[in-house]
Design a protein around this ligand. Sequence first.
Ligand code: BV8
Length: 244
Amino acid sequence: MTESCHIPETLLAALRDARHVCVLTGAGVSAESGVPTFREAQDGLWADHDPLQLATPEGFLSDPELVWSWYRWRRELVAEVEPNPAHLGLAELAELVPRLTLVTQNVDRLHQRAGSKDVIEFHGNLFADICFDEGRVVECDADDPAPTCPSCGALVRPGVVWFGEAIPEDALDFAFAAASDCDVFLSVGTSSLVYPAAGLVDIARQNGAVTIEINPEPGRSNFDFVLENKAGTAIPGLVSSLSS
Ligand code: BV8
């Protein structure tokens, strides 16, 4: 049974009138591709590990082999899945509005595989290997349980932003600028718990934007519109309503 999504005409009017739409996505937008969300109990091997512990510099330094095996498991999982209608619909939405800025908290690069351009990776991505000390991208042996930097010997880490680490400066600046400038802020598939990403909607609201949340279990922020639907239903619904 294909799920349907009721979209208020006033919401569509805001999108039709928008000069600039800023979209923030979270793990929920990849859920229908089969990627576990950040807070779902990780299945099988990872059920007894807390992502909030693994995704920290302390967690990595205390057990680099464990953290590397978690990230390699996630890399393999993501490599085997496909972008879903939510990712594809957001790439189409960008063609229907004058300007769309896509900020993602996700590290799976599924937006790029779906055709989205200039994606702002607020929390980095799974696929870059970075020297822990020099901060630059390095090549390392994919089978090494705890790879080290070929030039300085420091540990190599995945190119994601861990809890307690600063958001990359460019990503932060571009995302804050887009949230400040947009007419419509669309939050898709996030629990709105992780900062500073979760604060972007407040910046948009303070600058007069219409705010919309798409989430089957809406979060705590007060949005002007809430579509209690899966992203794989609501985003294509928005796109077809705007295109008609
Ligand atoms: C920082 C990469 C400072 C790693 C991740 C206030 C201000 C500033 C910071 C803080 C603050 N309060 C606390 C902090 C610290 C911390 C924080 O926010 N902690 C939380 C736990 C309270 N923030 C930080 O540490 C950040 N750094 O602030 O630095 C600083 C400044 C200068 C110098 C030094 C330091 C960095 C945070 C980045 C952490 N890294 N990811 C990795 O992936 O391994 S965060 C991680 O959580 C993922 O990126 C994930 O995307 C993100 C957020 O989670 P969600 O995406 O929302 O996923 P979640 O599972 O929670 O929810 C899924 C949602 O989808 C649900 O609502 C569900 O209902 C919905 N859903 C399910 N299915 C669907 C769906 N929706 C639609 N369709 C569906 N089908």
